[in-house]
Design a binder for this molecule. Sequence first.
Ligand SMILES: Cc1cc2nc3c(=O)[nH]c(=O)nc-3n(C[C@H](O)[C@H](O)[C@H](O)COP(=O)(O)O)c2cc1C
Length: 161
Amino acid sequence: MRVYPQGVTVVTSRDGDEPRGITVSSFTSVSLTPPLVLVSIAKGSLLHDQYREAKAFAVNFLADDQRSVSDRFAGRTTAKDRFEGVRFTLGVSGSPVIEGVRAVIECKAWHAYDGGDHSVILGEVIRAELLSSKKPLVYYEQQYTTTEAAEHPAPPSDIVW
Ligand SMILES: Cc1cc2nc3c(=O)[nH]c(=O)nc-3n(C[C@H](O)[C@H](O)[C@H](O)COP(=O)(O)O)c2cc1C
């Protein structure tokens, strides 16, 4: 998988009043009608059971200047409370939307499936919003990187796929 570039997200949720977050690159779209996306969460993660049972979650698309945010929510720092010093608001799903992210997709839980040592968690999209024009954070060859500016202008917006 290291030769396949992947965007980096932090999937957030709430346990009562406590915000929760985990760095996730295994995120993709699944269906347009209804609009479904999936994230895959390791069963070994301390937060796994909570995500499996969560009623809602948010997928925060990290920007290139948020490498330290990715490390923090991947448990790569000594921070005990991953949200300490991280500014966020609560979105329509009640899940944290981290300040400075490129975009957010908020979901209502749809269904969770067994996926070997991971659970594949599907969410129904209730909000999708672009929040900044910063470059995306990408994980590739086990390192953070970003994208080059497109050589050609984007196609007209009436072309969907
Ligand atoms: C770039 C990157 C992508 C990751 N993607 C995933 C993922 O898709 N699913 C997952 O379960 N863990 C993923 N992880 C690892 C988790 O973020 C990490 O194991 C987790 O935060 C540990 O949390 P815990 O303290 O809840 O066990 C990724 C880590 C990084 C740095």
